[in-house]
Design a protein around this ligand. Structure first.
Ligand SMILES: Nc1nc2c(ncn2[C@@H]2O[C@H](COP(=O)(O)OP(=O)(O)OP(=O)(O)O)[C@@H](O)[C@H]2O)c(=O)[nH]1
Ligand SMILES: [Mg+2]
Length: 316
């Protein structure tokens, strides 16, 4: 075992931060550490938190950290900012919001920005979750803005997906709401101190009721809880709901299966990427490929026939 692997398993923050950086940079040392720590993962409760921009997710995460710490849990946080390559503004905001935990060694906060390539962010997030899990954090909270499918994928790979909603949002958010509704395990209606909370609350309750109707009796019924994150109101009930959901997953064996699913998802994503690259490299050695690619650009052949032709002429 490498020194950094040992230090990481002992929970040393500097080692964890370094491993995450290596993994992010695709430095081969990152992969080696990951191989070492992988058998020590699968314990942490992974909680994805998503919702529209400005819904109060970071404020709420800060409140959840406080409550989890009061219950004696060690907490890791990954703040995902898909919009920023450098996580400049977001980090700053999140740091300020979570500052009161900065000196608490039972709390570790990391921010991740997009790496540019497709799937890069979900890979970085997955790797960081494994690192925090191996470091012994009991709970890992992953915050991301719920706008696109990629971001929804990131959080729905967690054990427990928390959807944050707020009153006073327009139609655009209704659409987001529909997509998010399917993946939520716990719904937090934040900014309950604002006007319109009753109406949104009723709408969401109806939607959740309709969603619940085709489930089996043993299925989890997602609760809808009101919160005022800035004042810490509703935090205890929110943490209770997270724990109840983890207990539900453990009782049905889904808790362990989820780790396997995540790993399988990552396995196929990695294969897909590598296989496509290899296939294109090989295909480009054939002289016919350049002509085929030109035909695709010139719309002389439909994309499906072109893909079939390329596969037929290339050995996998
Ligand atoms: N009135 C009210 N304001 C809140 C509440 N929770 C958060 N806010 C405010 O909402 C604003 C956005 O909060 P953030 O925690 O940054 O929201 P976010 O969802 O993390 O934002 P992004 O990460 O940028 O999408 C801040 O000004 C908070 O103080 C609440 O319960 N009530
Ligand atoms: Mg935030």
């Amino acid at each position: 075992m490498t020194d950094i692997g040992c230090a990481l398993l002992a929970g040393q923050v500097a080692a964890g931060a370094r491993a995450i950086r290596w993994l992010d940079d695709q430095d081969p040392r990152g992969r080696e550490v990951l191989r070492e720590i992988f058998p020590h993962t699968g314990r942490a409760h992974l909680v994805g938190i998503t919702g529209p921009p400005g819904a109060g997710k970071s404020t709420l995460v800060d409140a959840l950290i406080g409550e989890q710490r009061a219950r004696g849990r060690r907490v890791g946080v990954i703040a995902v900012d898909p919009s920023s390559p450098f996580t400049g503004g977001a980090i700053l905001g999140d740091r300020v919001r979570m500052q009161r935990h900065a000196l608490d060694e039972g709390v570790f906060v990391r921010s991740m920005g997009t790496r540019g390539q497709a799937g890069g962010l979900s890979r970085s997030t997955y790797d960081a979750c494994l690192v925090l899990d191996a470091m012994g954090y009991d709970v890992v909270l992953v915050e991301t803005v719920g706008v696109g499918q990629d971001e929804i994928d990131i959080v729905s790979l967690a054990h427990t997906t928390v959807i944050v909603m707020v009153p006073g949002l327009g139609d655009e958010v209704q659409a987001i709401k529909a997509g998010l509704l399917e993946v939520g395990d716990v719904f937090l209606l934040n900014k309950a101190d604002r006007d319109g909370v009753e109406q949104v609350g009723r709408e969401l309750e109806l939607m959740l009721h309709l969603r619940g109707q085709d489930g089996e009796a043993a299925a989890w019924r997602p609760p809808l809880l009101r919160m005022v994150a800035t004042r810490g109101e509703g935090t205890g009930a929110a943490v209770d709901a997270l724990e109840a959901h983890a207990a539900h997953l453990r009782a049905s064996g889904q808790y362990q299966r989820q780790a396997g699913l995540r790993s399988y998802h990552q396995f196929t994503a990695t294969l897909r990427e590598a296989a496509t690259r290899r296939l294109l490299e090989r295909a480009l050695r054939h002289s016919a490929t350049a002509a085929l690619v030109a035909d695709v650009h010139d719309l002389k052949v439909d994309p499906y026939s072109a893909a079939e032709a390329l596969l037929a002429q290339t050995e996998l």
